[in-house]
Design a protein around this ligand. Structure first.
Ligand code: ADP
Ligand code: MG
Length: 663
């Protein structure tokens, strides 16, 4: 064997050993000190009996496996120093594998199978399809581009795998028993093809147990029990061959120089689109299983949305009530004492003392009774509400038309009246603007100066819209003349947070002043607040239950992804052999998991909205919050990421040799 000093071997093995086992298993040395040089452009056959270590050797040559000891130099560089990504780059750019069992991805068409190495090389979709079609056409499969492997004969499948080996250039074709599973005719065809490639300058390493097949190569190396026992030596090259070899050698770039470049240049979105496309296909292939897995996510997301919506709706209803009744309002009145006697009286002094408490906002004594009210020939019993000018502020109520009376007018016993919305309609049905008109209350004339905004039906017996409102002093002086003290007093806390404290302070104060509990405090606000809090807790709990169902859905996704990885172990091996990096595999399976949850999230979102719409239509208050919807959706996607990571990690960590040998 003569080696030109000017061109170092493309592949150089020095005393390479490969041992299996160790630990609790018996150790076997499958390759026992193999030294071998292969130059660019050579067509080498490695022949040996079954079990002699040929495939093991080829896996080492193709960087699918590492030697236990010894040195492998590729193009002059020691492979031992290469990282996983650099090895993947070598597999992608320098090698092309052809296996006895073809190793095509069953779910993909012939063309797509051929495209796989180019995906990892970052070729655009169009360029990929064009090159794959051209290669398949050159190999006589022009009419089989879209056939699945199962729709092709063995010979055709092997040609597809040769096309795949050539996809990224295939400078070195590593063929492990390429004719082993083929009939004679197909086998001859494949050999002819390899000859053609050898003539075109490809370096070919052909592994076979068949001496006749091996004899067709230009150099035959015989291996027995893991050792090279014969080597016909490198043929003297013709001038033309030498030229081609030189060209080949020049075409193999330095790994260290280019190892990372091509990967980094690739657009992330293109990779993601690619992963999503293959994920989508995987999902469609296993429709029933995907559907069932999705169901968990769908139910999770839909229930989060509906539960939160219902909870929010119920809460809003309470808040609305609080708004109309006043979030800070308490009622104070005299009460009978158990021991008998007249009811307690709330005096002016009491009210002044209460108003001085820091927790208290407004103090508004009210006199109100059904009273005959007349206007023209209309006469009705109307609840006449006599209180201070604070009434609109206390009740969070607006004047729709005209104005409310002022403190000065109240002090001056001004005979002014503001109408409730309905009262306006009842007394002045044909007068849109009743301002300036006169109403007889009791028998006293009152001038209309305003109309309140419509309030709607309040809870409780009173309907504020039916009432008319007059100043407290005028009421005392002109309508309720016998009355010496207010019917009740409306007291508001200084703030929503202080309602309970205000009630306590007021209670203590009155008890001190009266010496006994001859008064009653009604605290509607506190009741409503307590109710709102309960609702809040309910909403939280429902949301939690819904979130748990999301997690359960996520576990389902993880389960299915683990199954997918197991089922597709061989596919993963094929992808690694054709140049996929670990992160390509990780990304693909992660994308699949996220796609599942994304689809589930979208379906859940629509179902949640639909259920909510039905509830709204049937009168249940539901409020969809964008936060809840976005949150549920984001959670579902995050679930995919979290629960898909472990299976994807497992896939990307697979040993290619083991993966290829699976099932
Ligand atoms: P060939 O391809 O020449 O038929 P192989 O390289 O596949 O042979 O295998 C050579 C020997 O190594 C066989 O005896 C086989 O049983 C053994 N072998 C291969 N892979 C493993 C492994 N992962 N663990 C243990 N022994 C192995
Ligand atoms: Mg073998």
């Amino acid at each position: 064997m003569s080696v030109g000093a000017s061109n170092p071997p493309l592949i150089e093995l020095t005393d390479v050993r490969r041992r299996y086992g160790g630990g609790d298993q018996p150790e076997v040395e499958v390759l026992r000190g193999v030294s071998l040089s292969i130059h660019a452009g050579e067509f080498v056959a490695i022949v040996g009996a079954s079990g002699s270590g040929k495939s093991t050797l080829m896996n080492l040559l193709g960087c699918l496996d590492r030697p236990t000891s010894g040195r492998y130099r590729f193009n002059g560089e020691d492979v031992a120093g290469f990282g996983a990504d650099q090895l993947a780059w070598l597999r992608r750019e320098a090698f092309g594998f052809v296996f006895q069992g073809y190793h095509l991805i069953a779910a993909e068409s012939a063309r797509e199978n051929v495209e796989v190495p180019a995906i990892y090389a970052g070729l655009s979709r169009q360029d990929r399809a064009a090159r794959a079609s051209a290669l398949l056409t050159r190999l006589g499969l022009a009419d089989k581009l879209e056939n699945r492997p199962s729709q092709l004969s063995g010979g055709q499948q092997q040609r597809v795998s040769i096309a795949r080996a050539l996809m990224n250039g295939g400078r070195i074709i590593l063929a492990d028993e390429p004719t082993g599973a083929l009939d004679t005719t197909s086998g001859t065809e494949v050999m002819a093809l390899l000859h053609e490639l050898a003539d075109a300058g490809h370096t070919i390493v052909l592994i076979t147990h068949d001496r006749e097949v091996a004899a067709q190569a230009r150099r035959v190396i015989e291996i027995r029990d893991g050792q090279i026992v014969a080597d016909s030596g490198r043929q003297e090259a013709t001038g033309l061959e030498r030229q081609e070899r030189q060209a080949q050698l020049a075409a193999v770039p330095s790994v260290r120089a280019a190892g990372e470049g091509s990967g980094a240049r690739r657009a992330l979105w293109a990779e993601l689109a690619e992963a999503a496309r293959s994920a989508w296909r995987g999902m469609r292939m296993n429709r029933a299983r995907t559907g069932l897995t999705l169901l968990g996510i769908v139910i999770g997301v839909a229930s989060v949305i509906v539960m939160m919506g219902v909870g929010e709706g119920a809460k809003q209803r309470v808040v609305d009530q609080m708004g109309s009744m006043g979030t800070t309002i308490m009622y104070l009145g005299g009460a009978y004492v158990g021991s008998g006697g007249p009811p307690g009286e709330i005096t002016e002094g009491d009210l002044e003392a209460i108003a001085a408490l820091p927790e208290i906002g407004y103090v508004m004594p009210v006199i109100g009774d059904p009273t005959p009210v007349r206007q023209g020939n209309v006469e009705r019993q109307v609840y006449v509400f006599a209180a201070s000018e604070d009434m609109p502020a206390v009740h969070h109520w607006k004047v729709a038309q005209g104005r409310y009376y002022t403190e000065a007018e109240d002090r001056d016993l001004a005979a002014l009246v503001v109408l409730g919305h309905k009262a306006h309609q009842q007394f002045f049905p044909d007068t849109p603007n009743p301002l300036g008109r006169v109403l007889l209350i009791g028998n006293a004339p009152f001038e209309v100066i305003g109309v309140m905004a419509e309030r709607g039906a309040d809870s409780g017996a009173q309907n504020y819209d039916d009432m008319v409102f007059i100043p407290y002093q005028a009421g005392r002086a002109r309508v309720y003349r016998v009355q010496t003290q207010p019917d009740y007093t409306v007291i508001s806390a200084a703030s929503v947070e202080q309602v309970t404290a205000a009630e306590k302070a007021m209670h203590a104060l009155l008890l001190a002043r009266h010496g006994r509990e001859d008064f009653r405090i009604g605290n509607a606000a506190a009741k409503l607040q307590a109710e709102a809090q309960t609702r809040n807790a309910m909403t939280m709990m429902l949301g939690l239950i819904a979130a748990v169902s999301l997690v359960v859905g996520g576990i389902g996704v993880m389960n299915v992804m683990l199954m997918t990885v197991r089922e597709r172990t061989r596919e993963i091996g094929i992808r690694i052999a054709t140049g996929a990096r670990q992160r390509d595999i990780l990304r693909q399976f992660l994308t699949e998991a996220v796609l599942v949850t994304l689809v589930g999230g979208l379906a859940g979102l629509s179902i949640g909205l639909a259920v909510g719409a039905v509830l709204i239509a049937s009168g249940v208050p539901v409020i969809f919050s964008l936060t809840a919807m976005g949150g549920a959706f984001a959670c579902s996607v995050a679930t995919g990421l979290v629960f898909g990571y472990m299976p994807a990690r497992r896939a990307s960590g697979l040993d290619p040799v083991v993966a290829l040998a699976s099932e």
